[in-house]
Design a protein around this ligand. Sequence first.
Ligand code: MN
Length: 312
Amino acid sequence: MAHDGRVSGPVSTDSAVTSDGPGSGLEVLEPREAQVGPMTVQRVLPRRQRRTVGAWCFVDLFGPALVDEAAGIDIGPHPHTGLHTVTYLLDGQVLHRDSLGSEQVITPGQVNLMTAGSGVVHAEEPTGHYRGALHGVQLWVAQPESTRHGGAAFEHHPELPQVDVGDAQATLLVGELANAVSPARQDTPLLGADLRLQPGSTTIPLRSTYEHLVVVLAGHVQVDGQPVATAAYLGLGREQVELTAPEQATVLLLGGEPLGEELLMWWNFVGRSRDELVQAARQWAADDVDRFGRVSTNLGRVAAPPTPWGTS
Ligand code: MN
């Protein structure tokens, strides 16, 4: 979600800077609001002070919001390059279609993972019959140099491994925790886990070679004793984190090895240079089917905004 032409990813020159390096310690991140069609989303990454966590480079939280005839996910065909999209719902349903011919409804507890490689197009739509709450996340993972020029792909994982970690129940979206391993693709070492917290404190083991982001999806949470409204970054070298909740709460624990590559993100593209991103925008504008393909949908194609660097 979160990719209509006006709001997708960083669109200002100010935002379109290269990624920062890994840090240490705990940083509380304040999200900013963005409007995606009728929905208000909370954008946790990228933030000015922190662009990436491992290879995770985009974190949008949407809902909980009511979906009905007038409101919901309704995002027409738009392109991506150089990233994976990871979609995960706590509530509701979304229909994914892409230029590979995929047509897949996602429901809570499942993962859709789309790999853009050199180019893919997808649309995200209401299922047409669902009425009720919609609550979830859409995440992007930057692909490394070794795969980012490669082919597009789509995976749907209807069942994910679950494991108890301390007093929390974890569902593995990506990567491994407490010997539970997600079947989802990872091109660089990554972790993505849904943690259901019980009232009280619990200690979650971390890999010291990863940096991490704790994202609060529901409830009130303290991270190492510090209240965190939405998200906290944890730097390299940590063996564990203590999560405390007065009542049941849900957090997303993201992590990964620092990518070690300078990224340039703009609109729905992740690249390494302005020229690459301008070329992708031009080819999308020119409806370059060889690069991006086509999606079968009734929704209208989303146009890219002007690039912040001009088009010459
Ligand atoms: Mn998208």
